[in-house]
Design a protein around this ligand. Structure first.
Ligand code: ZN
Length: 491
């Protein structure tokens, strides 16, 4: 009996602590709907009718109008959402989560993850569709148990957990979708009424409540800046990077400084595993094997790494390092190191032509083009923005595996460049780990560019956690033709 109780207790504890720590800490539900008004909600896109009746939100189809969305004004990152709905047969609807509406994307078209409400015989309710973007991400084809969870003609209960890069759904308590995807980490929640050929079809929602885990789980992220050797002014840049991270309010920062050049390196053993993210401001002598292995292990297990400017010059012979940084320059890198990565005619191409890896012309202001406007790091940034006078790294080479280019800059032959659009901000997946690589920021002066600051802070948060909560774009963000620099080192 004692053993049974102990077993039950353990099971309960294990169960409670599984879906997110806040449950163990006490459930803190907030109602998204006050039961009387649509305060806190805003309608976007179509003209379907949304009204409140007897503590219920009623959505009604209207002819000749596109998909309509009743959206929360507030944005959510990590959360548990629960609600109930009653839908008329023949209707299609869904719950948008982590969704957005930008002028630059299809003129404010609401887009993002939708937990499907499907009354058709297909029965994909609880599956995950990417509205106005990639289409089905988690269909319920050949998942009969999940397909049977939804009950037509009855009130149905949805539970949606979005935590990190994992989105899970339950329909009437039955697990339905389990999606791993990190395209967008933050956005509003919205109730959809699909465009319809039949007017006056109704869907009702009630008991809409949320646990905002970003709020309750907000912990200070631990960052470690690694420096000590560099052919750049690391003594000048490390304090600026440190204060940027600390002033964001998200990070506590330690610095690990290696022995100086030509000093024995064998004592250099930072404890990477203690940190949420490592920021490398290092290029120089090889680290001891034990330190290299520790970084590889840390990254394979889901660590975060930021490669900042000349850090991608480091360790040309270290295979795993080159896979982590995707592409790098100098140090004897050439065609044997891997291709150059170029943006040509709207897509990324690998250029295997021979030659040295890594070059830059004289410093100049240059325009950065955001190529991925959905990624959490670049969401909401202007398509084009001017970066303060800096070196434009070109012809970087490497294995370029699992690399996603977020932004490029044109390396103009008139400024000593090869006449190609070169990657300047990108991410790399390494094992379970995340790498954010910025080639920007030659010295302390360049770190004052507001574009550098915003992308560095977002990129470091993403590398640490897989998401970005810094969704506001500062008013002084650079524009397509004007540089913007911050004079206090922050923004
Ligand atoms: Zn430099």
């Amino acid at each position: 009996m004692k053993r049974l109780i102990a077993f039950l207790l353990i099971s309960v504890i294990a169960y409670i602590s599984l879906p997110g720590m806040s449950l163990a800490a006490g459930e803190e539900w907030e109602n998204l709907f006050d039961g009387k008004t649509l305060d806190g909600w805003v309608q976007r896109n179509g003209q379907a009718k949304y009204t409140v009746q007897d503590g219920i939100i009623v959505g009604t189809t209207v002819l000749n109008t596109p998909n309509s969305f009743l959206c929360t004004e507030k944005m959510y990152t990590d959360f548990i959402l629960e609600l109930e709905f009653l839908v008329e047969p023949g209707m299609n609807s869904g719950i948008q989560i982590r969704s957005n509406s930008f002028k630059h994307y299809k003129n404010y078209r609401v887009h993002g993850y939708q937990v499907e409400i499907d009354t058709s015989s297909r029965a994909w309710s609880g599956g995950i569709y990417d509205e106005a973007r990639r289409g089905w991400l988690y269909p319920l084809k050949d998942k009969p148990k999940a397909q049977k969870a939804f009950k037509l003609g009855l009130w149905n209960h949805y539970r949606i957990e979005a935590i990190g890069d994992r989105i899970r759904t339950w329909v009437n308590g039955v697990p339905v979708a389990d999606l791993q995807d990190d395209m967008t980490s933050t956005g509003f929640i919205a109730l959809q009424v699909h465009g319809s050929k039949v007017a006056d079809k109704k869907i009702k929602w009630r008991n809409i409540r949320i646990q905002d885990l970003s709020k309750s789980n907000k912990k200070t992220l631990k960052a470690l800046i690694v420096d000590g050797q560099n052919n750049h002014n690391w003594q000048g840049t490390t304090p600026v990077l440190k204060s940027l991270l600390e002033e964001s309010g998200l990070f506590a920062v330690d610095v690990a400084t290696s022995p100086a050049k030509s000093q024995p390196m064998d004592t250099f053993k930072p404890n990477f595993a203690k940190y949420d993210v490592i920021v490398s401001n290092y290029t120089g002598a090889d680290w001891p094997k034990q330190t290299q292995d520790a970084l590889v292990e840390y990254m394979k297990n889901g660590g975060g790494l930021v490669i900042y400017h000349a850090a991608d010059n480091a360790f040309p012979k270290w295979k795993e390092w080159n896979e982590m940084i995707a592409i790098g320059g100098w140090g004897g890198r050439d065609e044997k190191s891997g291709p150059m990565v170029r943006y040509r005619d709207g897509k990324i191409v690998f250029d295997n032509s021979p030659g040295r890896g890594g070059t830059h012309g004289p410093q100049h202001e240059f325009q950065i083009i955001t190529r991925d406007r959905h990624h959490s790091i670049t969401a909401g940034l202007p398509e084009k923005w001017m970066h303060a006078k800096d070196e434009l790294y070109s012809k970087l080479r490497g294995p370029a595996k699992n690399m996603a280019v977020l932004a490029t800059a044109y390396a103009d032959p008139a400024k000593g460049g090869p006449g190609e659009h070169e990657p300047v901000l990108f991410t790399v997946r390494y094992g379970k780990g995340r790498v954010f690589h910025t080639v920007l920021g030659h010295g302390p002066e360049q770190l004052r560019c507001v574009g550098f600051i915003v992308t560095f802070l977002r990129g470091t948060e993403w590398a640490a956690t897989g998401r970005v909560t810094q969704v506001e774009v500062p008013a002084d963000f650079p524009t397509a033709d004007e540089v913007s620099v911050s004079f206090d080192g922050g923004s």
